[in-house]
Design a protein around this ligand. Structure first.
Ligand code: HT7
Ligand code: ZN
Length: 872
């Protein structure tokens, strides 16, 4: 694969201000006629060739309007035109022929369940027609779609509908016009036979927008929650960011074959149906929360991504990091802010930290790529969002908002860079953000080491920052780290200080900007307990010695919900790592009674939200524990430490947990709201503990049998399957679930997932067998992720079996998937990224599996890129 470099960016010689597309959709051959208005950029010489991108295209016809057939050279991957007219502007007609049915990569035009649909980000448009397929080419689109009416009564594209009618022979057509110039990656088309849920929204200036969500016939009701989330998103963007929707219609289409969550095509969002369809019988509370967040995310892209887009793909975080930040804020406002923040941090640590600490580390704005599809990462999205959050922390909410307003005003209709983004905040605040800009350019998770001492009214913090070396970045510069903090007195209240020296401290934030600071707080009346990185104000790791009694004090007293959660999480992690070391040394793990008592206290503290209690009582996952151990990991010992601590906490809290479990039973009608979901979450976490005690299988089985919604059904089945794997009652419950949900692929995904994540060496055989199950389809990304994705990332003992057979199996599966869908195989291959932190024998086996992929006969650029960077 070719290496693309940020510093090589050049504006293109030509522009394409307008494009008319005509699609004639038919099963065997679909034809696309693109009528482009091409304009030579001022300063470009008339003899400059026009080089259009293509990917696997068959060229049928090419004409220069008024000039006939132009001099050209066409390959499936490029179309080069020479001897172009002297005129600054000319029209170019290109006809290509496609076969959507054979497109298994799910990029460009393909068919999913009989529905024609497109996916063009990042470089899928070039699989439809030859084009300047880069995000800084903005064009006004006019689209005509022709199809057989019986096969495709519904014909959709971007923008507003402008014409439609009959063509004879059972064919019909529709025309769409999008007045907003847009990059090709936002083009979309959908044609098929779908049902529809309709509604409308009145914008802040009083315009009516027709809303429609298109789903498989019979599933219209399952789109009700998504529709509600859409209307709430539209209103929120007006209130929180002053952004109004700008077309007469907004369409969402749910398809079942999709590589990611959803796509923000202008006025025509296309979704993975997993993130649209929901009711209590088919979706868990997590599914509902994801639907709300993704509907919002794609809608928010209308301004951050579509109206203001990226100059080039290196700037991907410009739209993604900012839009994730916006969807996080939306969910925080719709649900519980404190709980939402904890969940975000857990996700960041689970997905982004390992990326930043392994061979695939890259800056939030990468400088190099071979395959841009491999850079839709947790670093670009989640860390990108954290960077925007830090910007708001540093500038304050008000200045941040003026900066955003300036951004919309100054850059509407443009393709921008991170420099443009930072500049609006510099202009709005009068601050120099050049050191802050390192967050975009320097990879690796910064570490802060803090030593605290207190003497005679003065609290001294010795703060050291270091950023570990990452691939191709060995020397790092000091970053600007905004560390929110609190000093807590023995009465549990914040204690004051009269002055601080050694670092800037303002509005409860320490601004760490140098490699080391000696920060002194004067006038501190007593030795305070420190609450640091409140609200997770900076995405860093913290090394600070804190006494267990201070952490326990924070659990009870920190006014910051994240700080309270973090303190208990640290106690749990410390206990788990100590237990792990004992187990590795051949001893029994033992735990302090205090931790179980604290768990009991949190569980039953009625002043705390149930959702918060559920999060606090969820033990760090095996992957979390492994990450904190850092090296030489033995996953079997990690599982043993986690199971024993869980059983220890359960045994010490048998009665209060049992009582809580009964009290939390929901007897009313199902509601998907955050408070109801929080109660279910707490009850299901408690169930996990109770299941470890005598009689636990009975409780789990009863939970499953009496469940009245998918959340509880899955909690019961998962608990039974994971705690009592292989027992006849588990097998019976699994069979029962499969029988009840056989015709519901999204529910069957949960069934695959429960089995693929059942701990232990047997999981490999189960997964192998399930690949032959009639509900499993290797061409469908949701099925593949449910079975193979969760096996590799969610089953530490199964995937990292000591004999390495799961690695070899997974390598073979990746190659099979790679033949059809390279984006998917590459994404799955990232499961190997932390292989160097395993103990040596497993490391060697994982390395062999990676080497075997690299040496295989035909490997896509996508998969090869991940494998080679993982091995480097
Ligand atoms: N902007 C989109 C990213 C995307 C994508 C979506 C679906 C299929 C393939 C894709 N490649 C990239 C999704 C988003 O961030 O909103
Ligand atoms: Zn996005």
């Amino acid at each position: 694969g070719q290496l693309f470099r940020l510093e090589d960016y050049r504006p293109s010689d030509y522009l394409i201000p307008q494009i008319h597309l005509t699609f004639r959709l038919a099963r065997d051959t679909t034809t696309v006629v693109a009528d482009l208005t091409v304009e030579r950029r001022a300063g470009t010489e008339a003899c400059a060739p026009l080089v259009l991108d293509g990917d696997g295209l068959k060229l049928k016809r090419i004409e220069l309007d008024g000039y006939g057939n132009p001099a050209h050279e066409a390959t499936s991957g490029k179309l080069v035109l020479t001897n172009l007219p002297e005129a600054r502007s000319f029209r170019l007609l290109i006809e290509t022929e496609l076969d959507p049915d054979r497109n298994k990569a799910l990029m460009g035009l393909y068919r999913s369940n009989g529905v024609y649909c497109t996916q063009c980000e990042p470089e899928g448009f070039r699989r439809i027609t030859y084009f300047l397929d880069r995000p800084d080419i903005l064009s006004v689109y006019h689209v005509r779609i022709e199809a057989a009416k019986a096969e495709a009564p519904l014909l959709l594209s971007n923008g507003n509908p402008v014409a439609g009618g009959e063509l004879g022979d059972g064919w019909h057509f529709a025309e769409w016009h999008d007045p907003h110039p847009k990059p090709s990656y936002l083009f979309a088309l959908v044609a098929g036979d779908l049902g529809c849920l309709r509604d409308s929204f009145t914008t802040m200036s009083g315009r009516t927008v027709e809303l429609a969500i298109h789903v498989e016939h019979g599933k219209e009701k399952l789109a009700a929650y998504a529709m509600d989330a859409l209307k709430r998103s539209m209103k929120w963007d007006e209130d929180a960011f002053g952004r109004e929707y700008d077309l007469d219609v907004f369409n969402i289409v749910a398809v079942s074959d999709f590589n990611m969550g959803a796509m923000e095509n202008k006025g025509l969002n296309i979704f993975n149906d997993k993130y649209v369809l929901a009711d209590e019988a088919t979706a868990t509370d997590t599914d509902f929360a994801n639907i709300e967040a993704i509907i919002a995310h794609e809608y928010f892209h209308n301004w951050t991504g579509n109206r203001i887009t990226c100059r080039d793909w290196f700037q991907l975080c410009l739209k993604e990091g900012l839009t994730v930040f916006r969807d996080h804020e939306f969910s925080a406002d719709q649900r519980s802010r404190g709980v939402k923040r904890i969940a975000e941090v857990r996700t960041l640590r689970a997905l982004q930290f390992p990326e930043d600490q392994g061979p695939l580390a890259h800056p939030v704005r990468p400088r190099r790529y071979r395959e841009i599809n491999n850079f839709y990462t947790a670093t670009v999205y989640e860390k990108g969002s954290e960077v925007v959050r830090m910007l708001r922390t540093i500038l304050g909410a008000e200045t941040f908002r003026s900066g955003m307003e300036l951004y919309f005003e100054r850059h509407d209709g443009q393709a921008c860079t991170i420099e443009d983004f930072l500049k609006v905040f510099e202009d709005a605040s009068g601050r120099d953000l050049s050191q802050f800009g390192l967050w975009y350019n320097q990879s690796g998770t910064p570490n802060l080491t803090i030593k605290a001492s207190y003497e005679a009214g003065t609290l001294t913090l010795d703060i050291e920052q270091s950023v570990p070396p990452t691939p191709s970045e060995s020397r790092k510069r000091a970053m600007h780290i905004p560390l929110a903090f609190g000093l807590i007195g023995s009465d549990g209240k914040e204690t004051g200080f009269t002055a601080a020296e050694g670092a800037t401290v303002e509005n409860g934030v320490i601004h760490v900007r140098k490699r080391s600071h000696k920060l002194r707080f004067h006038g501190v009346p007593e030795r305070p307990v420190l609450s640091l990185n409140r609200g997770f104000s900076a995405p860093v790791t913290l090394a600070i010695e804190q006494r267990p009694e201070d952490l326990a004090f924070l659990v009870g007293h920190d006014s910051d919900p994240f700080g309270r959660w973090q303190a208990f999480n640290t106690l749990l992690t410390d206990a788990l790592i100590a237990g792990y070391r004992l187990l590795l040394g051949g001893k029994e793990a033992n735990y302090q009674k205090d931790i179980a008592k604290l768990a009991g206290r949190i569980a039953t503290d009625a002043t705390l939200e149930p959702a918060y209690r559920a999060l606090a009582l969820t033990l760090p996952s095996e992957a979390d524990i492994a990450r904190d151990i850092g090296r030489d990991i033995d996953p079997d010992a990690v599982l043993a430490a986690r199971s024993t601590l869980s059983a220890f906490i359960a045994a010490a809290n048998r009665e209060p947990f049992g009582k809580l479990y009964e009290e939390l039973e929901d007897r009313g009608p199902f509601r998907p709201d955050a408070a109801s979901a929080g109660r279910r979450a707490l009850r299901n976490v408690v169930l996990g503990y109770l299941a470890r005690l005598e009689g636990g299988a009975d409780i789990a089985e009863r939970h499953y049998r009496t469940a009245t919604n998918m959340t509880d059904l899955i909690a019961g089945l998962g608990t039974l399957a994971h705690e009592h794997a292989g027992s006849p009652r588990t097998d019976a419950a699994l069979a029962d679930f499969a029988a009840r949900h056989a015709t519901m692929p999204l529910a069957m995904d949960k069934w695959f997932q429960i089995q693929s994540t059942t701990p232990g060496t047997k999981a490999l055989e189960t997964v192998r067998a399930l690949m032959r199950h009639p509900a499993f389809h290797i061409d469908n990304p949701n099925r593949v992720r449910a079975l193979l994705g969760t096996f590799s990332t969610g089953n530490q003992t199964g995937f990292h079996r000591a004999d390495g057979t799961a690695y070899a199996f997974f390598a073979d599966a990746l190659l099979e998937i790679d033949g059809g869908n390279p984006q998917l195989s590459a994404r799955l291959a990232t499961a190997f990224r932390s292989w160097r932190s395993l103990e040596p024998a497993r490391q060697e086996k994982a390395r062999q599996a990676l080497v075997s992929i690299a040496g295989a006969n035909s490997v896509s650029v996508d998969l090869r890129d991940i494998v080679e960077r993982s091995l480097a």
